[in-house]
Design a binder for this molecule. Structure first.
Ligand code: DC
Length: 221
């Protein structure tokens, strides 16, 4: 099996780029952030503070999380309910970042993630795929961009959906989430030693996709 790990901070375009690259290569694309988001959502639904480790840990044995592929698209299920849309709010983003700092949460999701790579050719995106989940991945890419350009992309995405976001608060959220993700003790966001870093600050989406696909093809030769 072939595994491609794409890690990087929030808003660097990982999911769009990884999805497109997977379609081109005929690989399965797995968005691991969706798993953390689903746990974040379950805590919100239960009225639990996502930073409260003592309260979050018992939730893990009370919920059922499934990742399914429907028409080739990843869908997330929480207790048999399709929550793929519900996990995309800013509130859930921040909750996911908080629960992801809890080692028990990361351990809970580890084997699930590795299981997919055992039986499929995968492109997996996240924060710790190249460092922890699939340290033996055939290709590792660290995708990054300045926080300002990531915030601007998010702002424009929302605008396209008819949502009036506030650029400054989006930027502050991104900075806060980067800080959480990079400074946590367990599996912090960082490039694996053998990862190729691609900075998309000056690239548009098409150029970013081309650059990722060319690195993958070069490495898989
Ligand atoms: O990729 P995303 O924005 O959907 O991820 C949501 C949060 O989940 C992110 O802030 C950090 C966490 N995460 C993680 O810790 N490890 C991963 N492999 C993927 C996501």
């Amino acid at each position: 099996m072939v595994a491609v790990a794409i890690d990087g901070p929030a808003g660097a375009g990982k999911s769009t780029i990884a999805r497109t690259a997977a379609a081109e290569l005929g690989f399965i694309y797995i968005d691991t952030g969706a798993l953390y988001r689903t746990i974040g959502l379950s805590c919100i639904n239960k009225g639990i503070d996502c930073s409260d480790t003592e309260k979050v840990i018992p939730v893990l044995s009370q919920i059922k999380i499934d990742l399914k592929f429907i028409d080739g698209e990843q869908r997330m299920f929480l207790d048999d309910e399709d929550v793929s849309g519900l996990i995309r709010t800013e509130e859930v983003s921040m909750s996911a970042s908080k629960v992801s700092a809890i080692p028990e949460v990361r351990a809970y999701l580890l084997e699930l993630q590795r299981g997919f790579a055992k039986t499929n050719n995968v492109i997996m995106d996240g924060r710790d795929i190249g460092t922890v989940v699939l340290p033996g991945a055939d290709v590792k890419i660290f995708l990054t961009a300045s926080s300002e350009s990531r915030a601007m992309r998010r702002f424009l995405q929302l605008k396209e959906k008819g949502i009036d976001g506030d650029y400054d608060s989006i930027l502050q959220d991104i900075i806060k989430r980067d800080h959480n993700d990079m400074t946590r003790e367990t599996a912090p966001l960082k490039a694996a030693d053998d990862a190729v870093t691609i900075d998309t600050t000056e690239l548009d989406l098409l150029q970013s996709i081309e650059s990722v696909i060319s690195v993958i093809k070069e490495r898989l030769k």
